[in-house]
Design a protein around this ligand. Structure first.
Ligand code: DAT
Ligand code: MG
Length: 149
């Protein structure tokens, strides 16, 4: 199998709760190459484009506010592109299921994610789900010159 690249976002809830290091500590043992990394102030347009497939969902507006950091007084995310063999599935495995209560306890979301009393799904990180999504998301978040060749 050839190397794949995948997008990881450390979301504002993780930054607000001091979980940047904890999230990276779970990803680092995968031994993937970091070929892009930056701090991003997320516009509404970027958030809406990132989550475009969820635009009909009742929680869409809240999701945009979450990614923009409005809900956590943290107006930025950390974005990474990780590259290596089977990177997309391996990062998703470590990330865990979308809903923190359904995520395996050893995963990032299972360990640190939570559903708030007001119904916000604080699941710490985003990771691309498949090759098509990874390609679209990397192009959305990074310019080609921001990535190592
Ligand atoms: P994933 O992030 O695991 O790829 P997704 O693409 O289905 O999951 O959804 C994107 C984000 O939307 C998810 O990380 C958190 C939020 N979300 C999904 N389902 C939700 C729900 N039922 N209530 C609130 N937020 C939800
Ligand atoms: Mg998704």
């Amino acid at each position: 199998m050839t190397a794949q690249s995948t997008l990881v976002l450390i979301k504002p809830d993780a930054i607000r709760r001091g979980l940047i290091g904890a999230a990276i500590a779970r990803l680092e043992p995968l031994g993937l190459e970091i070929i892009g990394a930056k701090v991003v102030r997320v516009s509404r347009d970027l958030a809406a484009e990132h989550y475009r497939q969820l635009r009909e969902k009742p929680f869409f507006e809240q999701l945009l506010e979450h990614l923009q950091g409005t809900l956590h007084d943290t107006p930025y995310v950390l974005a990474f592109v990780l590259r290596g063999e089977d990177a997309i599935a391996r990062v998703r495995d470590v990330t865990g299921a979308t809903h923190p209560e359904q995520a395996h306890p050893t995963t990032i979301r299972g360990s640190f994610g939570r559903m708030t009393a007001s119904g916000v799904m604080e699941n710490i990180i985003h990771a691309s789900a498949d090759a098509r999504e990874a390609q679209r998301e990397i192009a959305l978040w990074f310019k080609p010159e921001e990535l190592l060749g």
